[in-house]
Design a protein around this ligand. Structure first.
Ligand SMILES: Nc1ncnc2c1ncn2[C@@H]1O[C@H](COP(=O)(O)OP(=O)(O)OP(=O)(O)O)[C@@H](O)[C@H]1O
Ligand SMILES: [Mg+2]
Length: 263
C-alpha cells in the first residue's frame, strides 16, 4: 500500500527481499524507524547491513516487498489499481530526503572543501550560490573545519575528510542520515573526532539516523535502538543497554563476544 500504511514512520521495510543470484541477502525483512529515532544495525560481515542502506539510497532495487520513506513509497508507484516498480524520476525525488556517509569518504577530489559541500545544494536543489555557501560555512564550522574551507580533500586527514562528508550530506537537509561504518577506515584518534561530531549532531538535532557500526560504545551512547541482524532477518531489536547487557539470542552473544575481542 502507498501512503496510508506508512503511519508516522520515517523508514519502513515491508517484507523486503533482496537477492544476488541465488544468495538471498534480505529475506522478507520488516522493520521501521520513527522520525527522530537513531537506530544502529549490527551483525556479522556479509549479513546485508550495507545492502539495507544501499536500497534506501536507491543504489540497489528490491526483488520483493516495499520500502516507504515517510508517507511516500520509495520502491513503487501506483498505476491505476496496481503498484509498479518506481521509475528513476520517482526514486530521485524520494531519495532527496536521505543523506548517506560512506566508509570511504567519496569526496570530489578536484573540488575544494567548500565546493564539495555547496555542489549538490546548488545543482540538485537549485539553491543560490550565496545561500549554499552560507549554509556550508555553518556546517563546516559545526564539524570543526571552519579553517579548511579552501583546502582540497588530499590536504586533509581521513578524519577531516569524513567530517567534510558529514557536512556535505547535511547540506542537503535530509530527513534521514545513513552512516555505513564511517570510522572503520580511521585510526582510533581520528575516529573519535568523527564520532564526537555525530554525538553533537544527535544531541542538537532531531535528524533520523540509521547507522551501521562496529563502534559499540558509540552505538550505545547515541542509539535509541540496536538491531541485531543475521541471515537476512532481524533477530533482536532492543534499546542498547538491554541488547549489550542482556542479549537473548545465542547468535547475538557470540557476535558481541567476537566484536569485543577485536576491540
Ligand atoms: N553487488 C553485489 N553483487 C553480488 N553480491 C553482492 C553485491 N553486494 C552485496 N552482495 C552480497 O550480499 C551480501 C550482503 O552484503 P553486505 O555488503 O550488505 O553485507 P554487510 O553486512 O554490509 O557486511 P560487512 O559487515 O562486511 O560490511 C554478501 O553476501 C555480499 O557478498
Ligand atoms: Mg557493509
Amino acid at each position: 500500500m502507498l501512503g496510508s500504511e506508512a503511519g508516522g514512520e520515517m523508514i519502513r521495510f515491508d517484507r523486503v527481499v533482496k537477492r544476488f543470484g541465488d544468495n538471498v541477502v534480505l529475506d522478507e525483512l520488516d522493520f521501521a524507524v520513527c522520525p527522530g529515532e537513531r537506530v544502529t544495525l549490527i551483525g556479522p560481515s556479509g549479513s546485508g547491513k550495507t545492502t539495507i542502506l544501499r536500497l534506501l539510497m536507491t543504489l540497489e532495487r528490491v526483488d520483493g516487498g516495499t520500502i516507504h520513506v515517510g508517507e511516500e513509497c520509495l520502491t513503487h508507484v501506483r498505476r491505476g489499481e496496481r503498484l509498479v516498480p518506481a521509475d528513476e524520476k520517482h526514486l530521485r525525488k524520494v531519495r532527496r530526503r536521505i543523506g548517506m556517509v560512506f566508509q570511504q569518504f567519496n569526496l570530489f577530489p578536484n573540488m575544494r572543501v567548500l565546493r564539495n559541500v555547496t555542489e549538490a545544494p546548488v545543482h540538485v536543489l537549485g539553491q543560490s550560490a550565496a545561500d549554499a555557501e552560507r549554509r556550508a560555512r555553518e556546517l563546516l564550522d559545526m564539524v570543526g573545519l571552519a579553517d579548511k574551507v579552501d583546502a582540497f580533500p588530499t590536504q586533509l586527514s581521513g578524519g577531516q575528510q569524513q567530517r567534510v562528508a558529514i557536512a556535505r550530506a547535511l547540506a542537503m537537509s535530509p530527513d534521514v542520515l545513513l552512516l555505513d561504518e564511517i570510522t572503520s577506515a580511521l585510526d582510533p584518534e581520528l575516529a573519535a573526532e568523527v564520532l564526537d561530531v555525530l554525538r553533537d549532531l544527535a544531541r542538537t538535532s532531531d535528524i533520523t539516523m540509521l547507522c551501521v557500526t562496529h563502534a559499540m560504545k558509540f552505538a550505545r551512547d547515541v542509539s535509541h535502538r540496536v538491531l541485531m541482524f543475521d541471515n537476512g532477518k532481524i533477530i533482536e531489536d532492543k534499546p542498547p543497554a538491554d541488547l549489550f547487557e542482556r542479549p537473548e539470542q545465542e547468535r547475538t552473544r557470540a557476535f558481541l563476544r567476537s566484536v569485543l575481542e577485536e576491540a
